[in-house]
Design a protein around this ligand. Structure first.
Ligand code: CP
Length: 297
């Protein structure tokens, strides 16, 4: 099995292979290919979907799970370093799935560990397994990954899911609209990456401007935990609230994605709209994570 630290670790053909395998696991959600294998899930930061969908995927594949979801119950609370924690736990398992608040922590862990590392989110940097489920959701709803017109809305500065999704969609010549307050714009390095790839993008503060052209509206939460200044968070936290009445002039096949959790950036009156896909999106996480854990990629 191969590490997945950044979405760049997978080529376009490997990503497409994962899409194919995810469809296989959606049709066949139990397969005993991890029998006798132990996977560690180490969550230094809170999670509901990523940890539990990975653990569901491991169980469906016949593997065993060890790990923690709260460092207070581990020797990290006594001051043990990431280096020592990873060195020890890599002796206990065949793969490590890890979430950490520090950008680059998963890369560092991959240099220390004797076993493959899957990055389940490192600070504001990357969330590549979320990207796999986002791509699968786009493929299922749009019938293709090619030439998708996608609006990314909200916290594009600290939102790690949009960073890795942008890099993956560059393989498929997506057209991007970035909607955010000025303080939370997409970081320059990602815009430079798109520019170098010759990929079109627009930046705006107006959520309605490009909505009629969008195939996908990808909403994000303002990441309170990344702000050092609480007042700044308070100022921007309600910058965008998507409401049902705003969706009248959208494409019939447009779908709304969100990595979740949401706070209030999607009003609950959107939930019953057939264009809301964010709860089905979470189910796709199980199949794409089964695909990642399988030895076929
Ligand atoms: N999408 C996502 O990463 O959700 P969790 O934080 O609940 O894992």
């Amino acid at each position: 099995m191969k590490s997945l630290v950044s979405i760049h670790d997978f080529s376009k053909s490997e990503i497409l292979k994962i899409m194919e395998l995810a469809a296989h696991y959606e049709a066949n959600p139990y397969e005993n290919i991890l029998d006798g294998h132990v996977v560690a899930t180490l969550f230094f930061e809170p999670s509901t979907r990523t940890r539990l969908s990975f653990e569901s995927a491991i169980n469906r594949l016949g593997g065993r799970v060890i790990g923690f979801s709260d460092t207070n119950a581990t020797s990290v609370s006594k001051g043990e370093t990431l280096h020592d924690t990873i060195s020890v736990i890599s002796n206990y398992c065949d793969m490590i799935i890890m979430r950490h608040n520090i950008e680059g922590a998963a890369r560092y862990a991959s240099e220390v560990s004797t076993k493959p590392i899957v990055n389940a989110g490192d600070g504001a940097n990357q969330h590549p397994s979320q990207t796999l489920l986002d791509l699968y959701s786009i493929m299922k709803t749009q019938g293709t990954l090619d030439n998708i017109n996608i609006m990314m809305v909200g916290d594009l500065k600290y939102g790690r899911t949009v960073h890795s999704l942008l890099q993956a969609l560059a393989h498929f010549k997506a057209k991007f609209t970035f909607v955010s307050p000025e303080e939370l714009q997409m970081p320059t390095e990602y815009k430079k990456f798109l520019y170098e790839q010759g990929i079109e993008f627009h930046e705006t503060t107006d959520i309605m401007e490009h909505m009629p052209q969008a195939d996908i509206i990808y909403m994000t939460r303002v990441q309170r935990e990344r702000f050092s200044d609480t007042m700044e968070y308070e100022r921007v936290k309600n910058s965008y609230i998507l409401r049902n009445s705003m969706l009248d002039n959208t494409k019939e096949n447009m779908r709304i994605l969100h990595p979740l959790p949401r706070v209030n950036e999607i009003n609950s009156d959107v939930d019953k709209n057939p264009k809301a896909y964010y709860f089905q999106q979470t189910e796709n996480g199980v199949y794409t994570r089964m695909a990642k854990l399988s030895p076929y990629v």
